[in-house]
Design a protein around this ligand. Structure first.
Ligand SMILES: Cc1cc2nc3c(=O)[nH]c(=O)nc-3n(C[C@H](O)[C@H](O)[C@H](O)COP(=O)(O)O)c2cc1C
Length: 199
């Protein structure tokens, strides 16, 4: 690819997938069929704990994040793994059929798993939206908006006095003098060109 950054100009929305015992931020979501109960595809990295949980639980909630979100929901669900922290200890939640739904979202779709497709680094979960609710009519956050505002939305704190390279996609921090050219973000899988030296 002549310029890898072009991939980040494919804009989607910003969502939170929750399921029993975990969840994560996703942008790779698209509606793939119409009708009363449409099919939706959600691409989840095979390394993410949420991938394991959705495969096991076979149901999830897809919450729609508004542009007005202060970034805490995105940091909590998109910058750390449920393997390391209990994300549900931060923030407020309601519950829909045993699955937690974050407060301050536009609404949610309750989905059941109908199929999976192996997509190299990711699994495409094909889910059917069987129910949903809308709490307000705010503007949904697009991935393009997130990209344009992520410096304010997800300001990453790094340790003072250490040279730090921050992943501009997910906020992972690499400490070291030089970021290896072949470095791949262990959290979101992007390459070294998408890391920025924190000044
Ligand atoms: C704006 C944004 C969009 C993201 N989009 C996706 C996505 O589409 N698919 C995915 O697997 N991870 C995506 N991530 C990364 C996961 O949310 C992140 O790796 C999370 O820490 C995984 O947590 P888990 O291990 O508890 O599942 C995104 C993160 C952010 C901040």
């Amino acid at each position: 690819m002549k310029n890898k950054k072009i991939k980040y100009k494919i804009s989607h929305g910003v969502y939170v997938v929750t399921t029993k015992d975990g969840g994560c931020v996703v942008d790779a979501v698209s509606q793939v069929s119409g009708g009363e109960e449409p099919l939706i595809s959600i691409a989840i990295n095979k390394g993410n704990y949420t991938n394991e949980l959705v495969s096991k639980n076979k149901k999830l909630i897809l919450s729609i994040v508004p542009e007005s979100n202060d970034g805490n929901l995105i940091k909590n669900f998109g910058h750390q793994s449920m393997r390391d922290v209990n994300k549900f200890e931060t923030g407020e939640y309601s519950e829909v059929n045993g699955i937690k739904v974050p407060e301050n979202v536009i609404g949610y779709l309750e989905c059941v798993l109908v199929d999976t497709i192996d997509a190299e680094t990711h699994t495409l979960f094909i889910v059917r939206a069987i129910d949903g609710d809308m709490y307000n009519d705010e503007k949904p956050m697009t991935y393009a908006y997130y990209q344009d505002h992520k410096d304010e939305l997800i300001k990453v704190e790094t340790e003072l006095g250490k040279k730090a390279y921050v992943c501009t996609i997910c906020g992972y921090v690499y400490y070291g003098e030089e970021l290896p050219k072949d470095f791949v973000c262990p959290r979101c899988g992007v390459d070294a060109s998408l890391f920025k030296l924190q000044s």
